[in-house]
Write a new protein. Structure first.
Length: 104
């Protein structure tokens, strides 16, 4: 059974607000302890030469697939950026990366 126990609203909400998801981390809580676990094995990379709108939609597609393939009970934590963190064009690292945890 796929790991999604609720709708992937956080991923869609990020994309709806034109945020680009950079990657996801996978976590499990067991006996009161939280630890990282292996992801789904999907290997995806964004083409930063594409327009922002394309990056938003591409980065929505892959995390939704990751979340749907994660085992039950796994917490999927996407990391994302806003278009104002334009490190692609000005070659400076973004100052803040946002982090959220959503269980699927």
């Amino acid at each position: 059974m796929a790991g999604r126990t609720r709708s992937p609203s956080s991923i869609n909400d990020l994309a709806d607000h034109t945020q680009v998801i950079l990657h996801s981390q996978f976590w499990q809580v067991d006996a009161g302890r939280t630890y990282g676990v292996s992801g789904t094995g999907l290997d995806w990379e964004l083409d930063w030469t594409e327009p922002w709108e394309h990056l938003v939609e591409e980065s929505r597609t892959w995390p939704l697939l990751e979340a749907s393939e994660a085992p039950a009970g796994i917490i999927v934590a996407p990391t994302w950026i806003d278009e104002r963190c334009d490190f692609v064009n000005d070659w400076t690292s973004p100052v803040i990366l946002s982090f959220s945890i959503a269980m699927y």
